[in-house]
Ligand binder design. Sequence first.
Ligand SMILES: Cc1cc2nc3c(=O)[nH]c(=O)nc-3n(C[C@H](O)[C@H](O)[C@H](O)COP(=O)(O)O)c2cc1C
Length: 208
Amino acid sequence: MKIAAFCGSFRKKGNTATALARILKGASDAGAETELFFLGDYEIKPCRGCKVCEQTHQCIIKDDMGPIHQAIEQCDAIVVGTPTYYGDITGLFKNYVDRNYPFIEVVAKDNQSKELVFGSILKKVKPGMMVAVSGGMGEEIFGCHRKVVRYHFNDINAYLYKELLLPFTTWTEFDEHHEKWDEAYALGQVLVSRVLEGDHPRVINEIS
Ligand SMILES: Cc1cc2nc3c(=O)[nH]c(=O)nc-3n(C[C@H](O)[C@H](O)[C@H](O)COP(=O)(O)O)c2cc1C
């Protein structure tokens, strides 16, 4: 079983990175093969909206998205994390989300209406987790993060199974004994159980 995690913070010792690493530690101790991708290590250019990938499912931009796409295709579960920048997800994380558009499958809802339904070309359903971090804002701000993660998960046939929310970090790193790290570790173990159960809901998100 493969679990991939994607970190939307450049800070490798920051709270987002630590939370993801702890979740993966719980998962690997439960038997999963895990990999943590620091998105900041990859060149991820912004989506140009050319829509070529709607037909080809390939992106025309030449950069480092290849291994990221491959990891998403191959994993059985996914964990994504992003801090809050100006009341929203980071630019780094947004570029990552937008550049996964090649995985979508656009279909007309019916013959009459012009409404579109966005599904995924990936057929394996994956449980997903979200880590969201903020310096001074409360959990209510994470609605922004949740909305984008749900769109992203829709594109890759994943569903938001659990969240780890870290509000009020006061812009500093939690120490290594912080209770949230135990929660993160337990979530990693729960994620492995979820994959093994295999009882996934059908992912239906009609986003127009
Ligand atoms: C450019 C920038 C903008 C930020 N904007 C916010 C914000 O709007 N609200 C907030 O609560 N924290 C904000 N923060 C604080 C970060 O969310 C916080 O420090 C978080 O712990 C960073 O995550 P990391 O340690 O994983 O990098 C901002 C930090 C930076 C660098």
